[in-house]
Design a protein around this ligand. Structure first.
Ligand code: NAP
Length: 291
């Protein structure tokens, strides 16, 4: 193995964000990536995590693995806690022991949703569902164990890969004449490819600076507006109608407003984040091209 090359571990590499890193990695032939799935590195096993770091050089760990089933987390509490609270602490501990820098991802669901302007990274946290509580505990574990960590809270993540709102909408819009989407929850979508590019920018520009940051595409919209834009760009005839959260009950409560302020991210890392609609168009184009 080339001793000069940068070594980057990507956990949860078969998830939507992990797969964006995989695709992006082709542009970095000088970097050695380890892409690990759950089968290759179960981050809920402290022993497995420690052993990986003992046997592989790691300069940066991009920790994409997580328990992301927001509604199921209400009942699968142990699994959610293991994946989102315990695992990040193991990864952070290993990074600290081996001098690796850590990128950890958290969520807008650490906030209670009562704000009316985008949340700053140091705004008070108060999760309204169990998933959010486990992700908050994960952040705290990362901070406790690894001083060289960048925690990125992100929101409404979508991609060509994996399961996400955009892909669900595309399917439903082709099956139905009309769909109803909640219009009283506001936030900002995040195109996972943009987020992956932003992380690689931090690494390659050597601008890593520990802290808690927010990353989402620019602009604040409702899920209804998001769905409406998808239908418009795809020129679907399916009607999109707004409904209220109370008419679409889910096991996990969602914050009514969870837009994130990305000012500190953009300033610290000298990066301009694309607007949500431009990024949505890009993703839809890729979905169209790849079928
Ligand atoms: N998706 C969103 O809207 C959203 C919003 C805010 C924040 N985030 C955060 O963004 C990050 C990336 O999320 P994502 O959207 O890419 O999620 P994702 O598509 O669900 O991917 C998560 C990946 O982690 C893997 N994983 C789960 N448990 C694991 C374990 N014990 N060991 C190794 N791998 C494991 C999963 O594998 P399996 O498929 O085998 O389970 C999956 O491939 C997460 O931290 C998430 O909490 C996501």
């Amino acid at each position: 193995m080339d001793k000069k090359a940068l070594h980057i571990l990507v956990t949860g590499a078969n998830g939507q964000l992990g797969l964006e890193f995989r695709e992006l990695s082709e542009r970095f032939p000088d970097i050695h990536f380890y892409f690990t799935s759950r089968q290759e590195l179960d981050v809920c096993s402290r022993d497995a995590v420690m052993q990986f770091f003992e046997t592989h050089p790691v300069d940066y760990c991009i920790h994409c693995a997580a328990y992301t089933a927001v509604d199921l987390a209400e009942t699968e509490r142990d699994a959610a806690m293991a994946g989102n609270a315990h695992a990040p602490a193991f990864v952070a501990e290993a990074c600290a022991q081996h001098g690796a820098k850590l990128f950890h991802f958290s969520t807008d669901y650490v906030f209670n949703g009562t704000a009316s302007a985008p949340y700053l990274p140091d705004a008070p946290v108060q999760p309204v569902n169990f998933y959010g509580a486990t992700k908050l505990e994960g952040e705290q574990g990362v901070i406790r164990h690894c001083k060289d960590s960048v925690i990125i809270r992100t929101s409404w993540v979508y991609s060509y890969y994996g399961k996400n709102f955009v892909k669900t909408m595309l399917r439903l819009m082709q099956e139905r004449e009309m769909i109803r989407v909640v219009s009283d929850q506001q936030g900002s979508p995040t195109y996972a490819a943009d987020l992956a590019r932003a992380v690689m920018h931090i690494i390659t520009s050597k601008s890593f600076r520990p802290g808690v940051y927010h990353y989402c595409n620019s602009g604040v919209i409702s899920w209804y507006q998001f769905a409406h834009a998808i239908a418009q760009h795809m020129q679907f005839t399916c009607r999109v109608e707004p409904i209220q959260t109370q008419d679409y009950p889910t096991p996990a409560k969602r914050p009514a407003y969870s837009a994130l302020s990305t000012d500190s991210f953009q300033k610290t890392f000298q990066l301009t984040i694309p607007g949500w609609e431009d990024s949505l168009k890009q993703c839809l184009q890729i979905i169209r091209e790849r079928g």
